[in-house]
Design a protein around this ligand. Structure first.
Ligand code: FES
Ligand code: FES
Length: 153
């Protein structure tokens, strides 16, 4: 039995402790916003926050993160600047990659609250959107940074 703290709630999963977190979230807990694509830490689409840091859940064993705070896109408040900016800029196309990319952006802005265009590109070019939404992703991150600054951080 694995016990995880997901989006502020304790959740139990009947699974082998060595199972990748991605599969516990999707198959045991039904959180299907966490998407599988490459399975080898290359695409970033399975990203979740673990204690506020972006991690690729396909490469994290569930037992490693018992006791940590795990956040999926559902755990971001509706008025989170990343959610508001994503809506304002109408970022998604098919939407498949977006939950992981939004969580990568949350971690990024926590480390770099006022990033340059180059820093945004360096960070976000490491997560793959097959629909080619990166220009809007970058605009939304700039907008989210401005919103956060107005909200006082
Ligand atoms: S599915 Fe985890 S990085 Fe691609
Ligand atoms: S919006 Fe379709 S893969 Fe990114």
């Amino acid at each position: 039995m694995i016990v995880l703290n997901v989006n502020g709630t304790k959740r139990e999963a009947d699974a082998d402790p060595g199972t990748p977190l991605l599969w516990i979230l999707r198959d045991n807990l039904g959180i299907t916003s966490v998407k599988y694509t490459c399975g080898i830490a290359e695409c970033g689409i399975c990203t979740v926050l673990i204690d506020g840091k972006a991690r690729r859940s396909c490469m994290v064993n569930a037992e490693e993160v018992q006791g940590s705070e795990i956040t999926t896109v559902e755990g971001l408040p509706d008025n989170h600047p990343i959610k508001l900016a994503w809506i304002e800029k109408q970022v998604p196309q098919c939407g498949y990659c977006q939950p992981g990319i939004m969580l990568q952006a949350v971690d990024f802005l926590s480390r770099k609250p006022n990033p340059s265009e180059e820093q945004i590109s360096d960070e976000m070019d490491n997560v793959i959107c097959r629909c080619g939404t990166h220009p809007r992703i970058k605009q939304a991150i700039r907008l989210a940074a401005e919103m956060s600054a107005k909200q006082g951080g």
